[in-house]
Design a protein around this ligand. Structure first.
Ligand code: DX5
Ligand code: ZN
Length: 220
């Protein structure tokens, strides 16, 4: 398990001031910037495309952690890579050939992540885990911020922590959805080392971001 990193989801930011919001969470101590890309087809919401990622890129040097909730996903990998993504995370259900998709992300020079919905088993990764850089465990059904953490996903995190440790390579184990000051320590105890947080980062406005992020790391 690597040191805990915080990846605020800009889904909960003020979309009219996204550049400023990204600079504010950077200054407040974010490690990654989590970008939730939704297509109104794979998930029931529409958010951000490559043009917005490109526009935000000059505002920070932090890692752009781009979570693609779109299908079919393959035809958009190049555009998000060119727009400045550092990590491209896909869902196994978003294309017919997960292994091929992962290889394409790596060929683009980006880190490859795979995200598991609450009902998707960890064993989906049995033959690709050693090839990827990040596993994203969804602790809510993807589509919206502000939902409650689904406790059964802690077991999945525990199982994946064991498998990652066995491989012995620094694969990020990220958890996304309903992460707050109460659920963060439970996810970390189960083995997560990257926490995505939208609501819990952005609540209270810019003056609260630094304290919100510190609290997710375990500060009182
Ligand atoms: C849900 C997204 C999450 C979401 C998290 O589909 O993948 O990243 O924004 O929001 P909170 O932290 O509010 O649950
Ligand atoms: Zn996400």
């Amino acid at each position: 398990q690597q040191p805990v990193r915080i990846s605020p989801s800009i889904l909960s930011a003020d979309f009219a001031r996204l550049g400023e919001e990204v600079r504010a969470i950077d200054a407040a101590g974010a490690d990654y910037i989590h970008v939730d890309v939704m297509d109104g087809h794979f998930v029931p919401n529409i958010t951000i495309g490559p043009a917005v990622v490109k526009a935000l890129r000059p505002h920070t040097t932090k890692v752009f952690d781009v979570h693609l909730m779109i299908s079919p996903v393959d035809s958009y990998l190049d555009a998000f890579a060119e727009a400045g993504a550092d990590i491209l995370t896909v869902h196994p259900e978003a294309g017919p050939h997960l292994h091929r998709t992962i290889q394409r992300i790596k060929a683009l020079g980006k880190k490859a992540g795979v995200s598991l919905n609450p009902a998707t088993p960890a064993k989906m990764l049995d033959y690709v885990l050693e090839d990827i850089d990040l596993v994203l465990v969804m602790s809510v059904n993807p589509g919206f911020g502000g939902q409650s953490f689904i406790d059964s996903q802690l077991r999945k995190i525990e199982a994946l922590r064991k498998q990652i440790d066995k491989i012995g390579k620094p694969i990020d184990l990220e958890v996304d959805g309903g992460v707050d000051a109460v659920t963060a320590p439970r996810a970390i105890a189960a083995g997560a080392d990257v926490l995505v947080a939208g609501t819990a980062t952005f609540k209270g406005g810019p003056d609260a971001y630094a304290a919100n992020i510190a609290r997710l790391r375990g500060a009182p």
